[in-house]
Design a protein around this ligand. Structure first.
Ligand SMILES: [Zn+2]
Length: 269
């Protein structure tokens, strides 16, 4: 049984409590939920600010970087006065000012194959706020092996996409079996990003996460929702499960030991 809402919480969350499907019990469930956001950059900024505002009670934030001037064009929870401060600490200060109901757990680290399983295990759902393929493969594989849903988001240029990888649905490796050999995504190089794009995709990730936690509506699952900021279009395309997927297929591996998450991340059958 969760704690009843206090007077301040009834006021703070009153506008969402007016919506059909979100009652006091649902808000209590949100306050008791634990969400891990991996990456406190552009996607993470948008996700963290709405999760915190909505009253998701525990938000884990994992990032090994510090705030840089070139981040501030799109990473809206970080401020000029936080330049040089770790992103997890900068994010924690943002949430503290926004909503005292929220407990922030900071994980000042770049997630690696050695740390990923321990990192995700105490959370209800994990949000992708990363900017690299290797980290996504690692999170996809780790969350799937740990039976934790994974909310994926990615952005480049004017385009972005999102989907939720639930346990019974195809996974990220069904979408992409290994790191693509593609000039558009040079490994380790900063990419151009339209400033509002991470806000849109990160907000969608937070939306899907809150829906999942409250068990309301229809999730973006089994489909990839793509947004083109230049055209102003959203397109939804099905994600087909790969029968030979090494992570969600019938012959899935049981451990990620030996997978090269610093290379192309491919898992040979
Ligand atoms: Zn798969």
């Amino acid at each position: 049984m969760q704690n009843p809402l206090n007077e301040q919480q009834v006021k703070r969350y009153s506008r969402q409590l007016m919506i059909d499907g979100i009652d006091d019990a649902a808000q209590q469930r949100l306050l008791a939920s634990r969400v891990l956001v991996v990456g406190a950059g552009g996607l993470g900024s948008a996700a963290i600010q709405y999760l915190a505002a909505a009253g998701v009670g525990t938000i884990g934030i994992a990032d090994g970087g510090a705030v840089k001037l070139s981040n501030l064009q799109r990473q809206v929870i970080h401020h000029t006065e936080h330049l040089g401060v770790s992103k997890v600490e900068s994010a924690r200060r943002y949430v503290e000012l926004l909503n005292p109901d929220i407990e922030v757990i900071t994980h000042e680290q770049t997630v690696t194959a050695d740390t990923a399983a321990d990192l995700v295990e105490s959370y209800d759902i994990v949000i992708d706020g990363l900017d690299n393929f290797q980290g996504r493969f690692l999170l996809n594989d780790t969350t799937r092996l740990a039976d934790i849903p994974f909310v994926h988001g990615a952005i480049y240029g004017f385009e972005g996409h999102t989907t939720v990888f639930l346990l019974e649905e195809p996974c990220y490796r069904c979408l992409l079996p290994a790191v693509p050999d593609d000039d558009r995504f040079p490994s380790g190089e900063p990419m151009g990003i339209f400033p509002t794009l991470p806000g849109i995709i990160g907000s969608l990730e937070a939306t899907e996460t809150i829906k999942y936690l409250l068990d309301i509506g229809t999730l973006i699952k089994g489909t990839l929702l793509r947004f083109d900021a230049l055209d102003g279009t959203f397109l939804s395309a099905p994600i087909k499960a790969r029968p030979d997927c090494p992570i969600c297929g019938p012959d899935a591996i049981e451990s990620i030991d030996g997978v090269d998450y610093e290379g192309d991340c491919r898992i040979e059958p």
